[in-house]
Design a binder for this molecule. Sequence first.
Ligand code: FPP
Length: 249
Amino acid sequence: MTAEPFVTSSLPADIDTQKLPRHVAVIMDGNGRWAKQQGLPRIMGHRRGVDTLKKLLRTCNDWGVGALTAYAFSTENWGRPLEEVAFLMTLFERVLRQELRDMDKEGVRIQFVGNLQSLPASLQEEIDRAVQQTQSNPGIRFTVATNYGGRQEIVQACRAIATQVQRGQLAPEDIDESLFSHHLYTANLEDPDLLIRTSGEMRLSNFLLWQLAYAELYVTDTLWPDFDPTEFHRALCAYQKRHRRFGKV
Ligand code: FPP
């Protein structure tokens, strides 16, 4: 990514601040197809995808969205060709190293969710550095799901809770939704209000299975590298027309 000057943009006039999602989650799909359409190797799609994510993060921060969570790498993505996996790991590391200073200056608080212990050691170091350096920042909370799987997250929460019960630290009747949520990677985050998925696929793909229970879903045919602030504005307009009932009438 190239260094750009910080240009802040204000919330479009037709978006009601009262109806702004507090937490937006994104499944960034279509990088490979975008690259193919351009006659480029798949990895170029991921590179462009980083630019899109960076722009969306800044837009969310400028417009007053409190949290953005992005699905960068799923537990299933290890099944991709070795070179692509290696490229993605190096890309995450390089992006973190290059962008940390700017994100820190803009007040972004970064965190990572997923099974981070299986990531390359050098990436884990960059992650630790980014998390530590930005932990007291006042701006948007930016969560990157890396080596993340929703089912795996639920299973590890069950194990942790079961261990507490086994040790006599917890009674089964103490287990409720709130306690369970606190054993998920996202314990410190409110559930997403809006999930955006690009490239037209109508799936959750093992992303935030518990946390998305009441999220509004927005799927667009636009491929991730083309998902610009105008597209995000469109998603927000659709979101604020929804009537959120949370199962009530
Ligand atoms: C899905 O497109 C995209 C990914 C698996 C990778 C997304 C990662 C980034 C954009 C980088 C984020 C970087 C940081 C540091 C947070 P695809 O390859 O599945 O596209 P296709 O379905 O068209 O093949």
